[in-house]
Design a protein around this ligand. Structure first.
Ligand SMILES: NC(=O)c1ccc[n+]([C@@H]2O[C@H](COP(=O)([O-])OP(=O)(O)OC[C@H]3O[C@@H](n4cnc5c(N)ncnc54)[C@H](O)[C@@H]3O)[C@@H](O)[C@H]2O)c1
Length: 314
């Protein structure tokens, strides 16, 4: 076991739930401190309540647990962010700058900061989006994460901190439900297929978006954090391509296993958000710098999701 003391913020969320477990397998449960603004029910290790806007509490936890690394996952996601833009800015950006400053003052160099495909906007090339490209996001979530990337880079250049980041595509997993993102449909559709054999989709049928299966997302995160510092050339945030598909394509894939499955399309405001994002992404920098390689394609994701959810429901 490696001698690190890791704090995870937003550990009760879709990714945090699974990442906490993966980090505990690597570093040992007592060395991984899960935190969230809300209490987490199923938690096999240390847990603290932390509102990331509370600087005093953050400093207290870092001192009490002698934290050496932070995975800063807490955020308000794209769809929810639009209901309260200023609060979203506070949680996603102001708390992040405060976190960077507290870490600098306390000598914590290594931080993981998740960014997102929501940093892309109307002027970004939609196909095979390059690593370095025009970023003019239109959601407050996208604006806050893009600015957050620049602050990460600033602290790396100015204070020699070691902040590492990926732009996650939409994440698909069976372990927990997503909460207020634009790509949530790709998880909901599996639950509906198994429960009701029918799904009402809030995106239009041909809306292609990049997605990533949870095991790939967790592996990417851990591999990036393990990579030699000298190999990293991108200190804003690495593109991660995942696998791109539309609601109609995932529906057809699920139908191969559940022939009675039906779908209807009722696009809402999230369809417009999705329209501003990339269809597919170039992640050659991640592949070249730290050896990133995708494992799960659409058919593998579909079969695994249906199998795992069926096991959970029986
Ligand atoms: N899930 C995705 O598809 C996706 C895609 C791209 C990027 N990301 C990024 O990955 C990270 C984790 O995403 P997720 O899907 O697990 O999100 P999530 O919404 O499921 O979880 C976020 C967690 O943050 C917590 N939180 C919110 N406000 C807080 C505050 N003030 N203080 C402390 N905790 C607070 C919530 O309680 C929640 O448990 C986020 O930063 C998100 O932007 C996620």
């Amino acid at each position: 076991m490696k001698k690190e003391r890791i704090l995870i913020t937003g550990a009760g969320g879709q990714i945090g739930t699974v990442l906490t477990q993966a980090l505990r397998e690597t570093y040992g449960a007592p060395a991984v401190i899960a935190s969230d603004i809300k209490r987490i029910d199923h938690n096999a290790g240390p847990f603290v309540v932390l509102d990331i806007l509370n600087r005093h509490r953050l400093e207290e936890i870092i001192d009490d647990y002698k934290i050496t690394q932070i995975y800063h996952l807490a955020a308000i996601l794209s769809a929810n962010g639009e209901w309260n833009p200023l609060k979203t800015w506070d949680v996603n950006l102001n708390a992040w700058i405060m976190m960077l400053e507290v870490c600098r003052l306390k000598g914590i160099r290594k931080i993981f900061y998740p960014s997102t495909i929501a940093v892309f906007g109307a002027t970004t090339p939609k196909e095979y989006t390059p690593q370095h490209t025009s970023l003019e996001p239109t959601t407050v979530y996208g604006i806050s994460k893009q600015t957050g990337e620049l602050w990460a880079n600033y602290y790396v250049q100015k204070y020699q901190m070691d902040i590492r980041s990926v732009r996650y595509p939409g994440i698909i997993g069976y372990q927990s439900m997503p909460q207020g993102g634009t790509t949530d449909y790709a998880v909901e559709i599996f639950h509906s297929a198994l429960k009701d054999q029918h799904y009402t989709c809030y995106l239009s049928r041909n809306k292609h978006l990049p997605m990533l299966y949870m095991p790939d997302a967790i592996r990417a995160t851990l591999e990036l954090m393990e990579a030699p510092e000298s190999s990293l050339s991108v200190r804003t945030s690495y593109n991660l391509a995942g696998i791109s598909f539309s609601p109609e394509e995932i529906f057809n894939e699920i139908k191969k296993s559940i022939p009675d499955f039906t779908i209807e399309y009722k696009p809402d405001f999230r369809d417009e958000i999705a329209s501003s994002w990339s269809h597919s992404i170039d992640d050659s920098c991640a592949r070249e710098d730290w050896g990133w390689k995708l494992e799960y394609d659409l058919s593998k994701i579909t079969l695994d999701m249906l199998e795992k959810l069926s096991q959970i429901n029986t």
